[in-house]
Design a protein around this ligand. Structure first.
Ligand code: AMP
Length: 224
């Protein structure tokens, strides 16, 4: 199973990425976590990226892509599956991640898109700020990160839809409900992924599934 996630901050990428990784026994490659770890250890990379993280800005593509290439090579040695969390964040990274995947013979099977609206995301991130004290979970930086997602990251969703690998999920519900829906969808797709040629895939929109998975309301109005 090779999954990449496209989701705004606060949508639950980290939680769902860890769940998918544990369920399928594959590495969880979370760029934000890797970068925060560099900052904590005060490595050369950590010193170079700290200001970007504190301000909620994107770290230069080259730094993140080098890191991800290394992790993907390790993922290949570990069996070839992965969950990418936090990358791609812009169109250049989407193309570069695809290129790395092509080179290693492990392009993504699924682009998992978690949808939630800005009011809910802001509420969650402010709640997390009280618990985790992340330098970028302040009201001002949260607004900056959400704006960046809407402007720069969300346009790549159409690219995955066109490639037929997009799976969209309504993330306005509890982590358990969202996680259950994701695992059911990925399990259902698994036999198909193993046999279908990449050019015969079709995107899957689960955001209207509603009550079957415990939706709290209509997914209509949730923007990408
Ligand atoms: P996250 O944990 O995914 O919310 O990422 C936290 C921060 O790490 C972001 O606000 C960026 O500063 C940086 N970051 C994480 N992933 C990337 C990426 N793919 N490209 C650029 N910056 C990133």
């Amino acid at each position: 199973m090779r999954v990449l996630m496209v989701a705004p901050p606060g949508a639950g990428k980290g939680t769902q990425g860890a769940l998918i990784a544990a369920h399928f026994g594959i590495p969880h490659i979370a760029t934000g976590e890797l970068l925060r770890d560099h900052v904590a250890r005060q490595t050369a990379v950590g010193q170079a990226v700290q200001t970007y993280l504190d301000r909620g800005e994107l770290v230069p593509d080259r730094i993140v892509l080098d890191m991800v290439r290394e992790e993907m090579i390790a993922a290949k040695a570990a069996g070839g599956g992965y969950v990418l969390d936090g990358i791609p964040r812009n169109m250049e990274q989407a193309r570069a991640a695809y290129q790395i995947g092509r080179e290693l013979g492990m392009t993504a099977d699924v682009a998992l898109h978690l949808q939630a609206d800005d009011a809910e995301l802001t509420r969650r991130l402010l709640a997390r700020a009280a618990l985790e004290h992340r330098s970028d979970d302040t009201a001002q930086v949260i607004a900056q990160r959400l704006a960046l997602y809407r402007e720069v990251t969300s346009p790549i969703i159409a690219w995955y839809r066109d490639r037929g690998i997009l799976v969209s999920v309504d993330a306005m519900r509890s982590a358990q409900e969202v996680g259950r829906e994701i695992l059911v969808a990925l399990e259902a797709m698994r036999p198909f992924l193993e046999h279908a040629p990449a050019d015969e895939r079709v995107p899957l929109d689960l955001t209207g599934l509603g009550e079957a998975f415990g939706a709290t309301g209509s997914a209509a109005g949730i923007s990408e």
